[in-house]
Write a protein that binds this ligand. Structure first.
Ligand SMILES: O=C(O)[C@@H](O)[C@@H](O)[C@H](O)[C@H](O)CO
Ligand SMILES: [Mg+2]
Length: 402
């Protein structure tokens, strides 16, 4: 069997997605997600210009060798563009291998370790009452875990606040939106939010929160400590994770569990945090971290240190990534939780998929492969539209981490 052709499909059914399709000489094909939010065309160009020509004629079943070839062969290692491109190839090849075997992908990985994949939804509101309603809505839908984010009094915008009820989308068309941030206002407000959530909805569900890289180490320590009474499942990205030493300081002060890694793209980014037990959950996901092939090495490393997985699953990770992640989640022994931000109906139509939601769990389905396809004719009706994530500044104009 040989790879006969491969190409990228760029589509914007409400937001941009880049999908790689690999077709074999025997007619079996696989697809992979290559979406990098706000930098989409860099990955499609990397694939079209530099990767696809090297794939033609190769045996699609040699997944590990192709991974090593692309990761080591470029000489220029790592980075979000490179690793998203490699991930797309890897996802498509696992899809092909599972289709040839006639098995759902999780069976090739080692079979089921659980009956379903626990997911968390995003409850957002402009203020505390709206956020409480949103948490209640998710609990009514059967969710066992909910992430809560609310607008901070005195700030016009805050990370994680939805424009629609179930479909939070941070990227906007045109140039990047500029948002204003105040750590002082946020730190005073956050404990009030979580107290209100626990008073209104009780202790019997997992509660999560994303700090989105906004704090300094000592501020993060203060936040973690102040949230301890509300028993968070995790506090995510408390500080920018380039400075991994910072986590030691945070750990000295708080037992609020920590999740990091949605922007990591290699096992080397995760290694120190895992080996030093500075995090509790590793957030790497299939498209960002080089595909299933590298993600399972990251998970195996994490397993040694009782660090569990909590894969990123925002709307910029396409249904193709979500489908692949769910097979991984169903198998991986040290599974923690899976983020699940629902895609819009337009996106779901472009990407028909076998996964289903019921009572707080996602199920990848049992069709051969990862169970997600792309309707190319429909995709062609939604041409690419430039869009960016916002940027953040402090009130005096200083650039900050968004
Ligand atoms: O935890 C999350 O879901 C977020 O951090 C994401 O919404 C993130 O901002 C986007 O995926 C960026 O593309
Ligand atoms: Mg996040």
């Amino acid at each position: 069997m040989k790879i006969e052709k491969a190409y990228c499909i760029v589509t914007c059914p409400g937001r941009n997605f880049v999908t790689l399709k690999i077709v074999t000489d025997e007619g079996v094909y696989g697809i992979g997600d290559a979406t990098l939010n706000g930098r989409e065309l860099a990955v499609s160009a990397y694939l079209e210009e530099h990767v696809i020509p090297c794939l033609i004629g190769r045996d699609p079943q040699q997944i590990e060798d192709i991974w090593q070839y692309l990761a080591k062969g470029a000489y220029w290692r790592r980075g979000p563009v490179t690793m998203s491109a490699i991930a797309a190839v890897d996802m498509a090849l696992w899809d092909i291998k599972a289709k040839i075997a006639g098995l759902p992908l999780y069976q090739l990985l080692g079979g089921k370790s659980r009956s379903g994949v626990m997911v968390y939804g995003h409850a957002n509101g402009r203020d505390i009452p709206e956020t409480l309603d949103a948490v209640g809505h998710y609990l009514e839908l059967g969710y066992k875990a909910v992430r809560a984010q609310a607008g901070v009094p005195g700030l016009d915008t805050a990370y994680g606040i939805a424009r629609g009820k179930l479909f939070y989308e941070p990227a906007t068309k045109g140039l990047p939106e500029e948002q204003i941030w105040s750590t002082e206002k946020y730190l005073n407000f956050a404990p009030k939010l979580f107290e209100a959530v626990r008073v209104a909805h009780g202790p019997d569900f997992h509660l999560l929160h994303d700090v989105h890289h906004r704090l300094t180490p000592i501020e993060a320590a203060r936040l973690g400590k102040s949230l301890e009474p509300y028993h968070l499942f995790w506090m995510e990205d408390p500080t920018p994770a380039e400075n991994q030493e910072a986590l030691k300081l945070i750990r000295q002060h708080t037992v609020t569990p920590i999740a990091i890694g949605e922007i990591f793209n290699s096992i080397h980014d995760c290694r120190e945090l895992i080996q030093n037990q500075l995090i509790d959950y590793i957030r790497t996901t299939v498209v960002r971290a080089g595909g299933i092939t590298q993600l399972r090495k990251i998970a195996a490393l994490a397993e040694l240190y009782q660090v569990r997985t909590g894969s990123h699953g925002a709307t910029d990770l396409s249904p193709v990534c979500m489908g692949s992640a769910l097979h991984f989640d169903l198998w991986v022994p040290n599974f923690g939780i899976q983020e699940y931000m629902r895609h819009t109906p337009e996106t779901d139509e472009v990407f028909p998929h076998a996964y289903t939601f019921a009572d707080g769990y996602l199920y990848p389905g049992d069709v051969p492969g990862h169970g997600v396809d792309i309707d190319e004719k429909l995709a062609a009706k939604y041409p690419y539209e430039r869009a960016y994530l916002p940027v953040a500044r402090l009130q005096d104009g200083t650039m900050w981490s968004w």
